[in-house]
Design a protein around this ligand. Structure first.
Ligand code: AMP
Length: 281
């Protein structure tokens, strides 16, 4: 496995692989503290691209809460070992000055997409995501890039950004990988206390309940019941639960309002914020 920290060196290596050797490049951007969810993206990448490149960069511009940025887990040695044993070909681990030699003042317009859910409760978050992913795409120029369904709204934003910037990268979405008790894997899970971690299983259980009872129950009633089930734990507090049209992420009021419908949730467990989603239709 080759490791790069400098853009210029990575670019010249990629030029060699693409131009001289005709290799296709698959790209998995991450913020590190890797788990099986990340590795599932990597293995999908490996199965469809010649070269698998992962990046690790905890992007400051997507954190609207400074404390959240500071407490975000960083496990570089373990990440390196995991990527190596997963057969990653190249890792890119840039410093902040490499990605942002100057302040990035670009403002993206995602219309209605970033006014709801994560965008509403984490102002500026998706603008930061778009800043870093567009920079990484510009550096790597991948044939395909792999993202997790767990960050459902992020996938919509990235696809929209790719269309806006007219990029040729194909965005591939991989299903959410879960712990045995159903909790969606997340780098933040390691920050939970033992009891929060046990109780956090209620989030996916409530979403499963939503999947079983969709269509049989009015949308608003079902939303209320999902919130009630999660909040029944003293460790958990729902920030939002939205039942949305997968196309424009706007809340639906009836089951016939959209072709594809998702339930998306953000939950506070103490200082830690967890998100999850499930497709209902
Ligand atoms: P992060 O390091 O949290 O920024 O995540 C990097 C990529 O891994 C994103 O595309 C995430 O959506 C994806 N990802 C994170 N958790 C999971 C999971 N449990 N299952 C599948 N993909 C995931």
């Amino acid at each position: 496995m080759e490791t790069y920290t400098k853009i210029a060196e990575l670019k010249s290596r990629l030029a060699e692989l693409k131009m001289k050797e005709g290799k296709t490049i698959g790209f998995v951007p991450t913020m590190g503290a890797l788990h099986q969810g990340h590795l599932s993206l990597l293995s999908l990448c490996k199965s469809t691209c010649d070269i698998t490149l992962a990046s690790i960069f905890v992007n400051p511009t997507q954190f609207n809460d400074k404390a959240d940025y500071q407490r975000y887990p960083r496990t570089p040695e373990n990440d390196g070992e995991m990527l190596k044993s997963a057969g990653c070909d190249i890792i890119f681990v840039p410093g902040e000055e490499e990605i942002y030699p100057e302040k990035d003042s670009r403002i993206f317009d995602f219309g209605k997409l970033d006014k709801v859910m994560e965008g509403k409760f984490r102002p500026g978050h998706f603008n930061g995501v778009a800043q870093v992913v567009s920079r990484l795409f510009d550096i790597v120029n991948p044939d395909k890039s792999f993202f997790g369904q767990k960050d459902f709204q992020q996938v919509c934003i990235i696809k929209n950004m790719v269309r806006q910037l007219n990029l040729s990268v194909e965005i591939v979405v991989a299903p959410t990988v879960r712990e045995p008790d159903g909790l969606a894997m997340s780098s933040r899970n390691m920050l939970l206390t033992k009891n929060q971690r046990i109780e956090a299983a209620k989030i996916s259980q409530a979403l499963l309940y939503a999947r079983e009872h969709a269509f049989k129950t009015p949308v608003n009633e079902l939303a209320g019941e999902v919130i009630r089930r999660i909040n029944s734990s003293p460790e958990l507090e729902v920030e939002y639960l939205e039942i949305v049209d997968a196309g424009d992420l706007q809340a639906v009021s009836g089951w016939d309002d959209a072709g594809e419908i998702f339930a998306c949730v953000a939950v506070h467990a103490g200082k830690i914020r967890l998100i999850d989603n499930v497709q209902l239709k």
